[in-house]
Design a protein around this ligand. Sequence first.
Ligand code: AP5
Ligand code: MG
Length: 217
Amino acid sequence: MNLLIMGLPGAGKGTQAETIVRDYGVLHVSTGDMFRAAMANGTEMGKLAKSFIDKGELVPDEVTNGIVKDRLGEDDIRAHGVLLDGYPRTIEQAQALDAMLVDLGMKLDAVINIDVDPSVLVGRISGRFICKKCGATYNKPNKMPKVADTCDVCGSHEFFQRDDDKPETVANRIEINTKQSAPILAHYREAGLVHDVDGMHSIEETTREIKGILDAI
Ligand code: AP5
Ligand code: MG
């Protein structure tokens, strides 16, 4: 199964991706996570990405398309399928992805679009904290670890908040993504692939809705 998960910053893409990859065995490919890993490793690509991410702007298409193309060409993706999170983010990326999938003999099975009222996004993002070791995402107060200061998934006690989660950067991310996502969604609606999910419900209810869709594919 090859899937996209879409939604504005803070809609819950990463949160829902954690459950989808666990329950359906597909591999999570998040361009945001790939850029953050490159930034943490101090690579040239990481330094370039940082100069855009810190301002809440999109990393140029040629860079982003390049890392996705390399990742999609790896054998484990062919074996397990993929859940793309945060890509495509421009209509040019969507067209590049179409071409990559044709080249690789793959096809998309569904686009999950998490629909949220933008008014909740800043609050969700400011409450977000992430496990340093395994990347599991939490939220104060919506999703606290079961045992205080201990990751539910890997047991680590170290968490961090993202550098691009400052209020002014978040506002820019939301504005840019709102503009860019409309033509991408139109592109996939035309192909009959989009499933809209109500992201205003709890994390668990949203997961149930997504699983209902995936189980019917
Ligand atoms: P990226 O990492 O993709 O960030 P984003 O799209 O801004 O989205 P987030 O990760 O902030 O939100 P999310 O939807 O994953 O929400 P989450 O599940 O964490 O990209 C970062 C940057 O990298 C971009 O700004 C850009 O610069 C660059 N980049 C990435 N991809 C690119 C591309 N393709 N092209 C160019 N540049 C690119 O949830 C948020 C919080 O809410 C959590 O605390 C969670 O616990 C909580 N929560 C989730 N669901 C619910 C719910 N239903 N109810 C209550 N709380 C909830
Ligand atoms: Mg995310």
